[in-house]
Design a protein around this ligand. Sequence first.
Ligand code: PGA
Length: 252
Amino acid sequence: MISQKILGIEKANVGEIDELVSRIADEIGRRMLERTSQGRNLVLGLATGSTPIPLYAELVRRHREKGLSFQNVVTFNLDEYEGLSPEHPKSYHSFMQEHLFNQVDIQPKNTFLPLGTYEKPFDEARSYEEKIKAHGGIDLQILGIGRDGHIGFNEPGSSNRTRTRRVILANETREDAAPAFGGIQNVPTHAMTMGVGTILEARRIILMAWGAGKREIVAEAMSGDVSADVPATFLQDRLNTAWYLDGAAAGD
Ligand code: PGA
């Protein structure tokens, strides 16, 4: 494990995925215990996609083998595809059930995701923001990064003032999702996502990126001009953000 100052902007944690994920799980576990001892909930912001899968696997392992309890954890996911019901196998609701919620002792009433089958997107978006507020805001937000620099489904053009809303998915994002959907024609064109502004309000942010395919966008996110062209650049301004990169994503 090398912890190094790369690109002169932020300290990034660079190492093997297993080791990095274990450190992130340590932090999450520590915060969970701290809140339990205070009789309070910990509010986690969660992500989907391939990036967080090893982290969720590690949390599940710690639940099974070390008794890490999620009884006092409340979760808010970043996004959901438009038109997919919670039961749809490709929905992010299903993803979360499979990779985390079904395998730990989290209370179902404490798990929140935007609904993809909204009739009134504005109402769904506002109600999601209100729920986050009612739970005291997000303590720790887990993020991946898209090849186009998106965080959540905040595609290029999303300002740091955006809130939860209905968005159009970028072509690159739909192409990346195509294999899972059996072709790009099956990938939803829209989604409901937390906004960049919503994400930036989290008290602590952990962004993970694995693999050479993320190298270029990680460099841009960490050292490029802060701009809505690459929404992840807004994280540069947030000192509470930790970047966790495997060697391939960190590059030189
Ligand atoms: P991935 O997606 O984890 O599947 O690479 C990341 C993202 O789009 O945020």
